[in-house]
Structures are given as structure tokens and as C-alpha cells.
Design a binder for this molecule. Structure first.
Ligand code: FAD
Ligand code: NAD
Length: 477
């Protein structure tokens, strides 16, 4: 209920983004120490690990969204939130430029916000590697509108395939669901889609049974490269049983409206370009830099050699700057771009900023006491000030003693369809690689426990129960 009332004696901390990195920072940050301003085009946090389940309606998207306003209002000191996209960061001027990119705009839809400290947590874009046609014809899977678009398109393909007098080739094409990228996003989506077909679509619309088909295309020799070898094999075997086609060592080169062109090497070692017709194309080939990040990097000479994101030091300070930090997918700190890393980085920054504020407080107090000590005419007053200074110096050493960021890997989890999951879990003694139905229950409980709020947790449980009892909804909207 408090009003945002900037205190000129405090530094202005601007946080870009409301994803894993920024929200984890905001959760733990003592907002009383700074004038905190959050800028993000998305006024909610999204629990991305369950986003693939939203493409088929296993989970409804609102169940994994948490409004940013609902959690910011519980902070000790008010935080200002602007629903806008940061279009430029001017490092020299300590200014960001923001645009309201939403449908409804007021007479002002572009302005600037000055900062003393800036945290960049804007995430990443979908990589297309400049392959022609991807943006025009493919669907990405990063945000809620992507999942909604895919859900609608699956049903559109199915209904169009069953249109009167549709030719057999066209039916085959429309029911061919192609996923490009065998990373966890592509694998989880392929698994969810096959589940949708097996559990619901084939019951509701039996005439599509013969032709509905999912193909996963991957340029490397295997899928899920970050998992243990036996889990890769287990995933590939499970996909085979689920009748999902895996086309490894196949690189997509071009995308047209109704087919992709993919290159593979045949048995004689010759490179072959194959046309693969599709009805739905989901493109999941990883991350690329956001323009606003690229632009910031171009302003800082120390970022010259960084290609994949903002190079940061061990305290997550953007190299070449003093007052800009970066977290999550837009930062390069030698870890994989995952939610786990982003969340730990955000929590680390919150601790760092809380400590920095305490340090400032103690240093001001120390300066005042030194003054008292110098000016005091009586010995007892001087001695008392001296004693307090000693105590404060001890506290200061303790507070300043914050170590660098260290990532602690808890493990990797992925759903692979037909109620099976794979998990590479880190234990004190080593690594546990496991796959199957039991792992699937572990996957469910792990993600449930990680959900942002109790409200999210209850909604997800209700969605799972609803899917179990009534099946997934096949309405196209
Ligand atoms: P994000 O969470 O992407 O947040 C970026 C934020 O910045 C958003 O709020 C966005 O609106 C905002 N933003 C964008 N542009 C601007 C701008 N110009 N100005 C201001 N704000 C901006 N990781 C795991 O560890 N486990 C998983 O199971 C897992 N599953 C995943 C499933 C899917 C489908 C996807 C796509 C990713 C998954 N990941 C998973 C990866 C994980 O989601 C990312 O690594 C994580 O979201 C990165 O966090 P972030 O804060 O850097 O960015
Ligand atoms: P990714 O980078 O992990 O995988 C992309 C895959 O696409 C690569 O294997 C690459 O070889 C392939 N590829 C690239 N270009 C291609 C082309 N032209 N043709 C065919 N294949 C091509 O991407 P992702 O799956 O989107 O994941 C992004 C990040 O998010 C990763 O760090 C991942 O760990 C994380 N994530 C984690 C989970 C999980 O833990 N369950 C789920 C989703 C995403």
C-alpha cells in the first residue's frame, strides 16, 4: 500500500526484467536501502520449466504466471514498476531509455530513467542463426504467447487435416509436427505433443491416428548433449517407443511455409539436402543476444571480445563498468543459460547489495565517530568514541567480507513424454543419473516445490488433476 517516494540520499537501483534472475534479486533485496525501479515489458514472472506443458493444455499458462505487482507490494519499501521495454542503455550518461510496447499507449510512450546502479536481467532472444524463413514460418517456445500460438496451431493443423476432400499428401503434411533443436526445450515439447496425441487427440479424432507424426531434428549426433550418456540413450530409446522420429546429424538450412530444407550426410558420405513437409514447426535452437545487450556491449571497450553475452566478473559486475551488473541468460559467467543459474545469480546480487548498503551505513557512522573523537575535549568521551570505532571496524570487516559468486549445480531434469523423465542429480558424493516413471514423479514434485507461490502450486496441481480426469481441451482458442 506504500507509495514510491524516492529518497534523494539513497542510490537509484534500476532492475531490467522480471525473469528468473531479476525476480530472484528482488525477492531477497532489502528495498529500504535503495530507490528501486523495475522495468520490464512483462508484468509477471514466468515459471519457464513448465511452459512446454502449456503448449498442449496439460497446464494452463496462468497457473505458472505470478503478477510482479502481487509480490512487489509485500516489499518493505515501495518499488516502482514500469511496464516497458528498455530500448537503450547509455552507460556514460547513466540513463536507460524505455518504450511502452503494449497495445494501449498514452500520450507518453517513450521516456528515460536515470540510474546510479543498474542490473541487466533481460534474458535472451531465440537463436535463428540467420536461417531464412524461421521467423516467418516457425513458432518459438520462450514466452506465454509462444505457447498459446503453438496450442492454437496444433488444433488448426488437426482440424484443417480433417477438412472435407483434403488430399492425402496434404493430410500427411498438416499432421507432421516438426521440432528443430534437440536441446531440453525441443525434447520436452516433443514429449508433451506426443502425449497429447496418445492420450487425447487420437480418442477425439480417430481419423488422424494414421498420419499424426512428431519429428525432432537435431544437428549434433545426439539429443540432450548436457545429460549423461546413458540418459541420452534412454531418451532416444523412449522416443523410439513413443514413435517420435529423431533425425540427428541433420541441419536445417532453410524454412519455407510448408516444408523445411535439411542437410544430412548419407551412408556414402555425400551431403544430401532433403525437403521435409510440415504442418507445425517449432524452432528451439537455443539463445541469441538481445539488441539492447548488443548495443550496451558496443559502448564498452572491455566487452569487445565477448560474443555470447555481457562478460561479467566474479561479482557479476559487467566488465569495463563499475555500476552495472548482469544476471541470467544475458550474462556470460561460464555457466549454462538456465533458470537455476539465473536464480542463484539474482540471490547473490541481493546479498551483495544488502551488504553494500550496510557497509555505507557503517562507514558514515565511522566518519561521524572519528569527528567526535577528534573534537572531544574530555578523555572519557574520546575513549568511548574509540571503543565504538573499534567495534564498528570489526563489523565492517565482517560485512565487507562477501565472497565471489559461486554456482552450486543441483542437477538437470527433463520430461521426455509418456510419464517418464530423465534426471542428472548432483549429490555430495557425485552424480546420480536416472530415468523413468519414478524420475517423472520426482520431476513433478521438484518443479512443484520450485513454483513461485502457493497459488501457482495449487493451480498446477489442479491442472494436472483436470487433465487426468477430463483429458486436455481440444478447442482451438
Ligand atoms: P528470463 O527469465 O527470460 O527473463 C527475462 C526478462 O526480461 C523477462 O521478464 C522479459 O520480459 C524481460 N525483458 C526482455 N527484454 C527486455 C528489455 N529490453 N527491457 C526490459 N526487460 C526486458 N532452465 C532450467 O534451469 N530448468 C528448466 O527446466 C528450464 N526449462 C525451460 C523451459 C523453456 C521452455 C525455456 C524457454 C527455458 C527453460 N529454462 C530452464 C531456461 C530458463 O528459463 C532461462 O535460463 C531463464 O529464464 C533465464 O532467466 P533470465 O532472468 O536471464 O531471463
Ligand atoms: P539448446 O541450446 O540447449 O539446444 C539447441 C539445439 O539445437 C542444439 O542441440 C543445437 O545443436 C540444435 N540446433 C541448432 N541449430 C540447428 C539447426 N539449424 N538444425 C538442427 N538443429 C539445430 O537450446 P534449448 O533447448 O532452447 O535450451 C536453452 C537453454 O535453456 C539451455 O541452457 C537449456 O539447458 C535450458 N533449458 C533447460 C531445460 C531443463 O533443464 N529441463 C529445459 C529447457 C531449456
Amino acid at each position: 500500500n506504500q507509495q514510491f517516494d524516492p529518497d534523494p540520499s539513497k542510490k537509484t537501483l534500476v532492475v531490467l526484467g522480471t525473469g528468473w534472475g531479476s525476480v530472484s534479486l528482488l525477492k531477497k533485496l532489502d528495498t529500504e536501502n535503495y530507490n528501486v525501479i523495475v522495468v520490464s515489458p512483462r508484468n509477471y514472472f514466468l515459471f519457464t520449466p513448465l511452459l512446454p506443458s502449456c503448449t498442449t493444455g496439460t497446464i494452463e499458462h496462468r497457473s505458472i504466471m505470478e503478477p510482479i505487482r502481487s509480490f512487489l507490494r509485500h516489499k518493505k519499501a515501495a518499488v516502482k514498476y514500469y511496464e516497458a521495454e528498455c530500448t537503450k542503455i547509455d552507460y556514460e550518461k547513466k540513463m536507460i531509455y524505455i518504450n511502452d510496447e503494449s497495445e494501449i499507449k498514452g500520450s507518453t510512450s517513450a521516456t528515460e530513467v536515470p540510474f546510479d546502479m543498474l542490473v541487466v536481467g533481460v534474458g535472451a532472444e531465440n537463436a535463428t542463426f540467420g536461417i531464412p524463413g524461421v521467423r516467418e514460418h516457425g513458432c518459438f517456445l520462450k514466452e506465454v504467447p509462444d505457447a498459446q500460438r503453438i496450442r492454437k496451431r496444433i488444433m488448426d493443423c488437426v482440424e484443417t487435416a480433417t477438412f472435407k476432400d483434403q488430399s492425402p499428401e496434404e493430410v500427411k503434411r498438416l499432421l507432421h509436427m516438426v521440432v528443430v533443436g534437440g536441446g531440453p526445450t525441443g525434447v520436452e515439447f516433443a514429449g508433451e505433443l506426443q502425449d497429447f496425441f496418445e492420450n487425447d487427440l487420437r480418442k477425439w479424432i480417430p481419423e488422424i491416428s494414421k498420419n499424426f507424426h512428431v519429428t525432432l531434428v537435431e544437428a549434433l549426433p545426439n539429443v540432450l548433449p548436457m545429460f549423461s550418456k546413458n540418459l541420452i540413450e534412454y531418451t532416444e530409446q523412449t522416443f523410439k517407443e513413443e514413435t517420435i522420429d529423431i533425425r540427428t546429424k541433420t541441419m536445417v538450412k532453410r524454412v519455407e511455409e510448408t516444408y523445411i530444407e535439411a542437410e544430412y550426410t548419407d551412408a556414402s558420405g555425400k551431403k544430401v539436402l532433403e525437403k521435409i513437409p510440415y504442418g507445425l514447426l517449432v524452432w528451439a535452437t537455443g539463445n541469441a543476444l538481445k539488441p539492447v545487450v548488443k548495443d550496451l556491449m558496443s559502448q564498452i571497450p572491455a566487452q569487445k571480445d565477448s560474443r555470447r553475452g555481457l562478460a561479467v566478473n566474479e561479482y557479476l559486475v559487467v566488465k569495463g563498468t563499475e555500476n552495472i551488473w548482469a544476471v541470467g541468460d544475458c550474462a556470460i559467467a561460464n555457466y549454462a543459460p538456465t533458470a537455476q543459474v539465473a536464480a542463484q545469480e539474482g540471490a547473490f546480487l541481493a546479498r551483495l547489495f544488502n551488504q553494500m548498503a550496510k557497509t555505507n551505513e557503517i562507514e558514515t557512522e565511522l566518519a561521524e565517530l572519528s569527528n567526535v573523537q577528534e573534537k572531544a575535549s574530555s578523555k572519557p568521551v574520546r575513549d568511548e568514541a574509540f571503543g565504538k570505532i573499534k567495534d564498528l571496524q570489526k563489523r565492517l570487516r565482517r560485512v565487507k567480507n562477501i565472497g565471489p559468486f559461486e554456482y552450486s549445480h543441483q542437477g538437470s531434469l527433463a520430461y521426455i513424454g509418456s510419464e517418464k523423465a530423465v534426471a542428472d542429480i548432483s549429490w555430495l558424493t557425485g552424480n546420480l543419473a536416472t530415468g523413468g516413471q519414478l524420475t517423472y514423479f520426482f520431476w513433478r514434485s521438484a518443479y512443484l516445490s520450485m513454483c513461485f507461490s502457493t497459488r501457482n502450486r495449487i493451480l498446477v496441481i489442479m491442472d494436472w488433476a483436470k487433465t487426468q480426469v477430463f483429458g486436455r481441451d481440444v478447442s482451438r482458442e
